[in-house]
Design a protein around this ligand. Structure first.
Ligand code: GLN
Length: 198
């Protein structure tokens, strides 16, 4: 199975390092140009700065073909800025220019919504379908999921708040599983991607 990491900006090396622990390195593709999408079975969208990632997606010509692949059923795991790029709608964020989005994941999101004081924090997350202890959630200038539309469903919660959703083969989280040593989420996602691509 070939697994891509969108490598335009953000915590790409961290994704690569985490992924290398679950996928043989020769099956990991750094996605920077449209041709890198060919033959992918799954794609990771990293965290970073969603305005920059959206600009670079447009400038590299990746915007249209990547959106088409995802709409066509490509398995995607998006974290933080990656989730923002997929969202159906953004509520204006405090004092920021908000990027255009793919509008493929049926959620309404506000960027940087946990405020400056709490730009980064960690806390236990309950993830549906993961066995064992709560997942360690690392939140870095995280967006908040304000509402989940009928096409998507919540699959992760911090206290009562939704912090992860799934819509078909697209999984999105406001926290960063790639920054922990816990790879249960990666494994569950890749298992699901492998079973739907075969
Ligand atoms: N605050 C960033 C944004 O709005 C997201 C932060 C992250 O990906 N860790 O794009």
């Amino acid at each position: 199975m070939n697994v891509g990491v969108l490598a335009l900006q953000g915590d790409v090396p961290e994704h690569f390092r985490a992924l290398r622990r679950v996928v043989p390195e020769q099956h990991i593709v750094w996605v920077r140009r449209p041709e890198d999408l060919v033959g992918l079975d799954a794609l990771f969208l990293p965290g970073g700065e969603s305005t920059t990632i959206a600009d670079l997606l447009a400038r590299t010509g990746l915007w249209v073909p990547m959106r088409e692949r995802i709409e066509g059923g490509l398995a995607v795991l998006a974290t933080c800025a990656g989730l923002i790029v997929l969202a159906r709608a953004l509520e204006p964020s405090p004092g920021g220019r908000d990027p255009p989005t793919f509008a493929l994941l049926d959620i309404r999101v506000r960027r940087n919504d946990y405020g400056r004081q709490r730009e980064s924090f960690e806390g236990p997350v309950r993830v549906q379908a993961l066995e064992g202890p709560p997942f360690p959630g690392v939140f870095i200038r995280a967006p908040r999921i304000l509402s989940v539309g009928p096409a998507a469903r919540a699959i992760a919660w911090r206290e009562e708040e939704v912090v992860g959703v799934r819509q078909g083969s697209v999984w999105g989280f406001t926290f960063h599983p790639e920054l922990t040593r816990d790879l249960r989420l990666h494994r569950a996602f890749l298992r699901s991607a492998a079973s739907s691509s075969s």
